[in-house]
Each structure stands twice: as structure tokens, then as C-alpha cells.
Design a protein around this ligand. Structure first.
Ligand SMILES: [Zn+2]
Length: 482
């Protein structure tokens, strides 16, 4: 039996039943939160002095492409068009099996380092069986909780430097789900997720349904996905276009909506669509950084709340943004406030500010837990739940004069203020250091992998690829990227 006693923490439990308990002790026994009280005495526990620290539940990220951790920074100035050109048709072929492993392994540690204990990995780098195994093992070896969303995208399979026809490639990757993916997803499910009730669970990351011309292949793919009993079927939904099919109504008419569906973005869905989802099932992940950068429609989070559903947040592309939830909470809150101000006092000054920081913290914890079906297991510091607990310093240069722990988490903290992280009672960060991995050697492998990817990428004709995509996007020749 493993016992950890966290003493004297400032508590942000996110549990309505214990929100009045402002400070106290938390006892972790094995993988569960065993006790929460103003003071706990146990003789045989490892004691962690959390004086001057905030204890909060681990963050839950409901939409992230973990493999892109090795591409840190490439997407910071990208439009969705540029993302499609480079991330969908060029970067995947630059990943060997080792890079697939490292992308997910390093990406998982990046999340844990920032107190993200659960992640929905939308993993569309399933190029070969070996890539798939490496991607799963990368997450498993880091000990993060979450869903491995097997991505059934038709990936390009050329070798960097080889002569290809980019227009043919674009047509090829837009087709329906390949036999390879059906077999490989079933293999992965059987090999790594026989019971599918562990720390990491199996899910499906679907094709880009909103680009499909008709419902038949969508319904067929969903029916196949459901035969694998995935923890979630997750797909990109309507970030900027609503497609040729009225997907939510048509899914409803086919009886295919359900709480096993997790849609990311959903910016273009109408209030009626969201009401249908609230009634018939389905969850939404809002990813503020990508949506504010790449979409002409506003993040849907507030409308999800109004529909009666719990929303959630995601980082999405770690090739463009830091892998923490602090940034996403802050960005979403301030964008919503501005939008409200602009609508109510255009050009003027509001006399009060709408939306609360605490609500955003709820969406980043309990909201995410609800959207992945684990609201009874994680998302709050509650006796009986899994011991996914984060301690954040209130004595760093960032945070030393703070009194309000919610303000600390939503507005001031960053990953370097996260001192300790437990996932299911296992320490993944202690005293500011990652546990169970040698960061020095991981860093060296990450940096040499990045160099390898860059070398391969340089051999691909980016201009030809861009030209081939322009007509697909209705972009006039010479107008893109300028
Ligand atoms: Zn995404």
C-alpha cells in the first residue's frame, strides 16, 4: 500500500461539497484520494509539505495532437490552409518510428509537467503498424491518463525527396477510411487495450467528416468505430466550414448521436445543433488558441454552457502553442469578456466584467472529466476519486504575493510553477522535477529528432504542395501565404 500525505495545502477542490474547505490535508492511498480534512494524522505515509502551495485536481485536455510536440513553434503564424499543406501532407512523412515514439512520449511529459494529468490524444500519425505501436507506447511509458484516439486519416506515404504528384496526393488523402486502418485499429485495440479500462484507454479519431460530400461514409465509419467500443470517438467539427451535409441533424435522424462522441471546435454549429447534441448526446472541446488564430467564427464554449452541457478545453496543436491549460483558460476567458464588452458597450467601458475565472477552471478540470466520461473518477479532489492531484507554488517570482488560489491558477501560474503532479497516486513530478524519466537524455533525443525531421522536411517541394492545395481552398494563384 502506498500512502502520500499532502499537508497544509490551499485547496481548490472543484467539488461543490468541499469548496468551503479552504486549506487542509489530502491523503492519497494507492491510486485513490482516501481522505480530505483540515488535519490528517497518519504514521506510515510519505509526507509532502504543501504550505504555500495550491492543491487542485489535474487538468483534463480534451483535444491535443500529442505527436506534434517535436514540431514546437512551426505553426505560430499559420492559417488553417498552411496547416493543411504542411502538417497534413508534409510533416507526417518526416516521422520515422522513433520520432513517433518521441513525439508522444515527450508530448506526454510536457503535459504532465504543466499539471495536465489526462489528455485526449487525437493521433493522426498512424502511418504503419510500427508507428501506431510507438505512439501508444510513448504515452504509456510516461504514465499519463487519457484516451489514445487512433486517427483513421489517410496519411501521405511518400519519401521526402521523392518525385510525387501533389494534386494526386491531395485527392488520395481525402478518400474514405482505408482497410489498413480498420485492421490496424482493431489490432491496436486488441494488443494494448484488451479491457479498455486502464489509465490509457482506446478511442477513435475519425476522418474529417465535415469535408465529406454525403452522410453514407460517415455513418458507415461511425458504425465500424462503435464495434471497437472506444472510450470516445473524437472528430474535428466545423471549425470554419459547415460542409456539404447537415451533419448534426443527419446524425440525429440516423440515431447516431451519443455520449461517446467528442467533437473538437464546433464553432460553426448553430444553437439548434447544440441543443440537439445536448438532448441526444455528444461533447464539445473548445481550443481557444487554434480557433482564435485560424477560424473566422468565435469559440463556442459559452453557447455550449447555454445549451445545458458541460464544455471542456483543449490545447490542440502543440506545434503552435504551449502544452498547458493555464494559457487556454486565460485566453478563452478574456476573449469572451471582450466579445461581451464589444456587444454591450461598443466603443465604451463596461461597468462590470462578465464571466468568472472559477468557471473556466471548472471547464479545464471537471468539464474535461465529464466530456471523457470520467466525472466520477477524476476532475475534482473528492474522496474516492483517482489521485490525480497537482500542487502549484504560491511563492515563485510569478506568484509570491497572491492570496487567491483560483486567480493564481487562471491568471498567473505557468508550467514552471507546477511543483508536484500525481497521476493515480504515482508521482510524475516532485519538487519541480519530472519523475521516472531522465529529462537530460530525453531532451537530447528530442533535439536530435527535431534535426532529423527538419532535414527530411527540407527535401520536400513546399511550393509545389502549396500550389496543389490552392484550388482546393479556392485561393487564387499567387495569393496564398502573402
Ligand atoms: Zn485538432
Amino acid at each position: 500500500m502506498t500512502k502520500t500525505l499532502i499537508k497544509n495545502a490551499l485547496l481548490v477542490t472543484m467539488d461543490p461539497a468541499t469548496e468551503d474547505l479552504r486549506s487542509g490535508d489530502i491523503l492519497l492511498v494507492d491510486d485513490r484520494i482516501a481522505q480530505l480534512a483540515p488535519e490528517i494524522h497518519v504514521d506510515d505515509a510519505e509526507v509532502v509539505d504543501a504550505s504555500g502551495m495550491v492543491a487542485s485536481p489535474g487538468f483534463v485536455d480534451t483535444h491535443r495532437h500529442v505527436w506534434q510536440s517535436l514540431l514546437r513553434g512551426v505553426a505560430v503564424d499559420w492559417s488553417l490552409f498552411q496547416y493543411m499543406v504542411e502538417m497534413r501532407t508534409m510533416y507526417p512523412v518526416c516521422y520515422g518510428v522513433e520520432e513517433a515514439y518521441l513525439g508522444n512520449h515527450y508530448g506526454a511529459w510536457e503535459a504532465l509537467n504543466a499539471g495536465v494529468t489526462t489528455v485526449v490524444d487525437h493521433s493522426h500519425l498512424q502511418i504503419s503498424e510500427q508507428h501506431s505501436d510507438a505512439l501508444v507506447e510513448g504515452l504509456k511509458d510516461a504514465g499519463i491518463r487519457g484516451i489514445f484516439g487512433y486517427g483513421v486519416y489517410r496519411n501521405p506515404r511518400y519519401v521526402p525527396g521523392e518525385q510525387i504528384d501533389p494534386s494526386a496526393l491531395i485527392v488520395e488523402i481525402a478518400g474514405p477510411i482505408e482497410t489498413f486502418h480498420r485492421r490496424n485499429a482493431e489490432r491496436v485495440r486488441e494488443k494494448y487495450f484488451p479491457a479498455n479500462d486502464g489509465l490509457l484507454r482506446f478511442g477513435i479519431a475519425s476522418s474529417e467528416f465535415f469535408t465529406f460530400p454525403s452522410m453514407e461514409p460517415i455513418l458507415e465509419e461511425l458504425a465500424w468505430s462503435r464495434t471497437l467500443e472506444p472510450a470516445r470517438i473524437t472528430f474535428h467539427a466545423a471549425i470554419g466550414i459547415n460542409g456539404d451535409v447537415d451533419i448534426i441533424n443527419d446524425l440525429s435522424a440516423a440515431g447516431a448521436l451519443g455520449d461517446d462522441l467528442l467533437m473538437s471546435h464546433a464553432n460553426c454549429l448553430t444553437d439548434e445543433d447544440l441543443a440537439t447534441i445536448a438532448r441526444e448526446g455528444g461533447w464539445i472541446s473548445t481550443t481557444p488558441d487554434t480557433e482564435l488564430q485560424m477560424s473566422g467564427t468565435f469559440p463556442v464554449l459559452e453557447r455550449v454552457v447555454r445549451s445545458g452541457r458541460m464544455p471542456s478545453l483543449g490545447v490542440d496543436i502543440v506545434s503552435g502553442f504551449a502544452g498547458d491549460m493555464f494559457t487556454q483558460m486565460r485566453l478563452m476567458l478574456q476573449a469572451m469578456r471582450f466579445r461581451h464588452n464589444e456587444a454591450t458597450v461598443p466603443g465604451g467601458l463596461p461597468s462590470s466584467v462578465k464571466y468568472a475565472a472559477a468557471d473556466m477552471l471548472k471547464y479545464a478540470t471537471l468539464g474535461g472529466a465529464t466530456c471523457v466520461g470520467l466525472q466520477d473518477e477524476i476532475g475534482s479532489i473528492t474522496v474516492g476519486k483517482k489521485a490525480d492531484v497537482v500542487l502549484t507554488r504560491l511563492d515563485s517570482v510569478n506568484t509570491a504575493a497572491l492570496r487567491d488560489p483560483v486567480a493564481a491558477l487562471v491568471f498567473f501560474a505557468n508550467a514552471s510553477d507546477v511543483e508536484d503532479v500525481w497521476v493515480g497516486g504515482v508521482a510524475r513530478k516532485r519538487g519541480g522535477e519530472l519523475q521516472g524519466v531522465s529529462w537530460g537524455s530525453l531532451r537530447d533525443r528530442v533535439q536530435s529528432a527535431r534535426t532529423k525531421i527538419d532535414d527530411r522536411f527540407a527535401r520536400i517541394d513546399a511550393t509545389a504542395m502549396r500550389r496543389a492545395w490552392e484550388p482546393v481552398w479556392g485561393i487564387a494563384e499567387d495569393a496564398s501565404l502573402r
